[in-house]
Write a protein that binds this ligand. Structure first.
Ligand code: MN
Ligand code: MN
Length: 319
């Protein structure tokens, strides 16, 4: 059971449009706060998009996701789980990046997450572009490699961009495998589609034993069957979940930098998250939401709705 301090503010008590917006109306408990060590799942903003190679914007996502998350209520509609009563959840605040210096920003992110990991906090991140996942993994996988379930239109497994730039939002998982942060045999990437530069990224995946599941395979087999395989690949060991909002069709999630048509709808995005139940999820992220391309705000609302699904499967695993 959670402590009352970590309960979100109810819309029955204070209208949802009122108050300072934190993630899901949770208390703000930054590092150094006297109740920091009691947090079990920490929601963290990483307002950083310096790894973006084309259309930037995710640096603005944590603020918009916090605003949209005031719409999230306390109970899961299907499982009935009330995650905020099951575990102590809090908004740990933002990691302050250096938008002009990628290595410095990555060090700041890793330091923040290392501090949380030291307190036993499992992080649920609101990025940020997809390079955000690499410094997070450096903190969470410092002692052993993790498995990963990765939802994305793209593998993000390229070697480099622009003639040798190693750190972009198209390369984080190549680096993570090279650095021993991920166990490739326990990694599955789901939803791959779109026109391609070449097959260099997919060749790397196959050579290293990473399972690639294209969107054609998802729709041919169906989500329950694909996710059963995904759970078998990740197995019982510690697993990271990375959710790039461009996994979802741009009809439902236009607010992102690298959209690809022919993808899952918003219901199917919730469904794949529900199918993660049973995994030992040590951290998860929602990345690539880009408010400048999100004219309706609907992408951010989908983003926080997916974050609630991820929070529920994380909370279920801790109770
Ligand atoms: Mn990505
Ligand atoms: Mn992507």
């Amino acid at each position: 059971m959670s402590d009352d301090y970590f309960k979100p503010v109810s819309g029955f008590e204070l209208p949802r449009f009122a108050g300072v917006p934190t993630f899901m109306r949770l208390p703000h408990v930054p590092p150094g706060h006297d109740r920091f060590a009691e947090v079990q799942i920490g929601l963290i903003g990483v307002p950083w998009d310096s790894g973006t190679t084309n259309r930037p914007g995710p640096r603005h996502a944590p603020r918009q996701l916090r605003d949209a998350s005031t719409m999230i209520r306390a109970q899961h509609p299907v499982s009935g789980l009330r995650p905020f009563e099951a575990v102590n959840c809090a908004d740990l605040g933002d990691v302050g990046p250096n938008p002009a210096d990628i290595p410095d920003s990555m060090e700041r992110i890793t330091a923040f997450y290392t501090r949380g990991a030291g307190a036993g906090i499992r992080p649920l991140t609101a990025g940020g572009d997809h390079l955000t996942s690499l410094p997070v993994l450096r903190a969470l996988a410092s002692e052993r490699p993790l498995g990963m379930v990765h939802f994305d239109s793209h593998t993000d497994l390229f070697h480099s961009y622009f003639g040798g730039t190693m750190y972009t939002h198209g390369t984080p998982f190549r680096r993570a495998v090279e650095e021993g942060l991920l166990d490739p045999a326990r990694v599955v990437q789901i939803g791959l589609r779109g026109t391609m530069y070449d097959t260099e990224d997919r060749d790397f995946a196959r050579a290293n034993g990473i399972r690639l599941i294209t969107i054609e395979e998802v729709f041919d087999r169906g989500i329950p069957d694909v996710m059963t395989e995904a759970r078998e690949i990740a197995g019982s060991g510690p697993t990271y979940v990375s959710f790039d909002i461009d996994f979802v069709d741009p009809t439902f999630a236009p607010g992102t930098g690298t959209p690809e048509v022919g993808g899952p709808n918003s219901y199917q995005a919730l469904q794949v998250c529900r199918e993660l139940a049973g995994l030992d999820i040590v951290g998860a992220d929602m990345v690539e939401v880009s408010p400048p391309f999100d004219a309706s705000g609907g992408t951010a609302f989908l983003g926080v709705s997916i974050m609630f699904e991820l929070l529920c499967v994380m909370a279920a695993g801790r109770t």
